[in-house]
Design a protein around this ligand. Structure first.
Ligand code: ADP
Ligand code: MG
Length: 161
């Protein structure tokens, strides 16, 4: 995928309440505007990269890009699981992400247990891959150095210039 690494940010919105949090894997959803700006070569599936909530620390993340059932699968969704335990939810805050690499396509799972163990292994793969020097350096990218105003309505997203 030529567009990787891909940098974007947007306000965290409420998802479809599929209870990701109950599985121990909460996923922060991006608004439609961010999803619609994705380059065409970014396929659906599971990605890994870096994430920052507001002006907080930069953490490892895994992201699922999938077809949004709410819109009869005509629109995509982007859901980020930040590999960190937060004290509180962060709905309404600006999430900045660098999508660095691709793990696998979307799959159907026969059971919830299978789904959870697949996500756990995605998380392990993300942790290992992100320790590679070429991925670690993206944490230092200027994209993450910008101070974010949480009230900003105008949010830049897309390719780094
Ligand atoms: P929703 O359907 O609203 O997306 P989830 O059960 O997927 O609900 O929970 C997502 C929310 O949980 C995020 O929007 C965020 O506010 C909060 N959250 C807390 N910890 C994390 C985390 N480590 N990664 C992602 N979201 C988190
Ligand atoms: Mg979610």
């Amino acid at each position: 995928m030529r567009s990787l690494p891909y940098f974007c940010r947007g306000k965290v919105i409420h998802g479809f309440g599929r209870g990701s949090k109950d599985l121990g894997i909460p996923t922060a959803n991006f608004p439609e505007s961010v999803v619609d700006s994705l380059p065409a070569d970014i396929n659906t599936g599971i990605y890994y990269g870096w994430a920052r909530v507001g002006n907080g620390d930069i953490h490892k993340m895994v992201m699922s890009i999938g077809w949004n059932p709410y819109y009869k699968n005509t629109k995509k969704s982007m859901e980020t699981h930040v590999i960190h335990t937060f004290k509180e939810d962060f709905y309404g805050q600006i999430l900045s992400v660098a999508m660095v690499g691709y793990i696998r396509p979307e799959k159907g799972f026969a059971s919830l247990d299978e789904l959870i163990s697949a996500i756990r292994s995605d998380i392990e793969e993300a942790k290992t891959k992100l320790d590679l020097p070429e991925h670690l350096k993206l944490k230092e990218d200027n994209f993450f150095k910008t101070s974010i105003s949480t009230t900003a309505d105008q949010i830049m997203n897309g390719h780094r210039l």
